[in-house]
Design a protein around this ligand. Structure first.
Ligand code: FAD
Length: 514
């Protein structure tokens, strides 16, 4: 027999649930084993996938192909199939041409992905081909953490408690794929638009990435982003491959994790793990992250040891699980619906184009917001604290529909991920799972004072503000005065804050109260 591993958002060999299961089965059945990945540019565009993420995938594939060949003697086929419906046809053909009788893959939880898998399953069943899917994206699978009456938690804290309790008593196993021993040299029959050697895969990936760049560059709403510069930054900050990701995890677990609880909130320190880009495309296993952090906890603090820093980091991994569980529980989220239905019906969101544009390009006159947005545009990454600050500013101070911001983030972020991004946006907009009431609205000036006390982050991204003392920078009144006509810094090429936070806050609260 001949079996096929279908890679999607799981671009790694270590702890890959489907890959390990398929290798085990292939060994037991003396089967030949191949793997496939589809490049789907039209689908990426429909999902607002950022250029830097596409590039990250394109850079990861040749490394994956090489390691699959070296470690497991599996050939990776990379094929271009613009949309999901074409993947279904391509897979059916690939199976027929190569007498493949079983495909394995890891579950994806977004709507189009689920539909694609269901349609494919129907097609394959008719041809007697098995299509087996495994839960792999979370540390604990969706629907496994529920309340006593078997429903999904509505807020994070009780979910987290149960999640930790479950992990404490379960023996979390990492899956190792065993090398396959049979007949790996059989010639494969491939479609024209596919590649199967490392070099060909590299070239094909680059070609598709370049085309994608051209498509995005012609998009009106993204004209202000220097994509070439963004790519250079992202390639530098995120070298591809699971080996790099695992090394990054090890280094983080040896150093920065020990100070995480405090330094995670200081954007200028870059003290978080920077693993999200790898987690998003599956170049690192979230279970490996958990196991590694637990090991540090045990080593430093003994079996019953507790440590705020390590616990805090583990809780961030739990947030990632939480939002995936939420999505599985409420699939309507993928169709742009609010988690709290009533907010969709009753809030009069603004769609003011100029204000939205000012936010996108980082010209709101609010330094922390602008610095964060310019950092996002330049690097494809934004620190978590700043994602909350910028999201709250857009949805509360400007009362702009969170869906516009959600989309813009997806178009820019290297770690863009539907569940986490949607969850983060709805949390910030008070339409989602946040347990705090809507009147908790972050003041971007006091946030700057607390989390960027010396203004280092702001001044890195807004060098034009270098000469402004921090006591002015962190005070809305003083800054407004200094930047206004006749003020000390009126000559700077930087706008006066576009809204008055206090007033904007009252308006937002009134809207929500209504
Ligand atoms: P660390 O602090 O080292 O955390 C470790 C890992 O935990 C992260 O890599 C990530 O996988 C997970 N994590 C941390 N915080 C969160 C969180 N709040 N929600 C879900 N998972 C979390 N994260 C994404 O991966 N993709 C997104 O598209 C995304 N969009 C966001 C949008 C908004 C408005 C907000 C408020 C948050 C968003 N996040 C998103 C979550 C978070 O900002 C990033 O995961 C984090 O900044 C990544 O940096 P890191 O890897 O250094 O994280």
């Amino acid at each position: 027999p001949h079996y096929l591993m279908w890679f999607r958002r799981d671009l790694r060999i270590h702890d890959n649930t489907a890959l390990a299961a398929l290798c085990e089965r292939a060994n037991a059945d003396n089967a030949q084993l191949s793997a496939v990945f589809f490049l789907t540019p039209a689908q990426w565009q429909a999902h607002d996938m950022s250029l830097v993420q596409v590039d990250h995938i394109a850079r990861t594939l040749p490394l994956l192909a090489q390691h699959l060949q070296e470690q497991l003697k599996i050939t990776l086929i990379v094929q271009v199939c613009p949309s999901f419906s074409e993947c279904i046809d391509a897979l059916t053909t690939l199976c027929k041409d190569n007498a493949i009788s079983c495909i394995m893959a890891n579950h994806e939880y977004e709507g189009n992905e689920i539909n694609r898998d269901e349609q494919l399953n129907e097609r394959l069943t008719k041809d007697d081909i098995e299509f087996v899917r495994w839960h792999d994206q979370c540390i604990l699978p969706p629907q496994s953490i529920t309340t006593n009456d078997d429903s999904m938690y509505q807020v994070f804290t009780p979910f987290y408690k149960k999640w930790r309790q479950t992990l404490d008593v379960s023996d979390l196993q990492l899956h190792t794929a065993a090398g396959v021993n049979e007949k790996q040299n059989d010639e494969l029959t491939l479609a024209k638009n596919s590649a199967s050697s490392v070099k060909e895969i590299e070239n094909l990936g680059r070609e598709i990435m370049n085309d994608y760049q051209k498509t995005l560059q012609s998009t009106e709403a993204l004209q202000h982003v220097n994509m070439e510069a963004q790519l250079t930054q992202a390639r530098d900050a995120y070298p591809a491959g699971e080996a790099t990701a695992c090394q990054r995890l090890e280094e983080f677990a040896a150093e920065d994790i020990n100070d995480y609880d405090v330094s995670r909130d200081m954007p200028s320190l870059q003290a978080t793990s920077q693993l999200s880009a790898y987690l998003t495309i599956g170049a690192i296993s979230p279970r490996l992250c958990y196991v590694q952090a637990s090991k540090v906890q045990e080593k430093l603090h003994g079996n019953d040891g507790d440590n705020d820093d390590i616990n805090r980091w583990i809780s961030e991994l739990a947030w990632r699980d939480f939002y995936r569980h939420v999505l599985v529980d409420k699939p309507a989220l993928i169709r742009h619906q609010a988690y709290k239905d009533e907010t969709d019906k009753q809030i009069n969101w603004s769609y003011h184009e100029e204000s939205f544009k000012a936010w996108c390009v980082g010209k709101t006159g609010v330094p922390l917001v602008d610095a964060a947005m310019r950092c996002l545009n330049a690097t494809g990454f934004m620190h978590n604290r700043l994602r909350m600050v910028t999201a709250m500013f857009l949805t509360k101070d400007l009362l702009i529909d969170w869906r516009l911001g959600e989309r813009y983030f997806m178009q820019q972020l290297i770690d863009g991920d539907f569940a986490s991004n949607n969850g983060g946006w709805q949390w910030s907009a008070s339409t989602g799972t946040d347990s705090a009431p809507y009147f908790r609205i972050m003041n971007p000036f006091s946030q700057a004072k607390t989390h960027d006390a010396n203004g280092a982050f702001i001044k890195t991204w807004l060098p034009e503000l270098k000469s402004i003392p921090t006591n002015v920078l962190h005070s809305e009144d003083k800054l407004r005065k200094a930047l206004s006509k006749g003020g000390q810094f009126a000559d700077l090429d930087y706008p006066v804050p576009m809204v008055e936070h206090k007033k904007a806050r009252q308006l937002a609260i009134a809207e929500f109260k209504k």
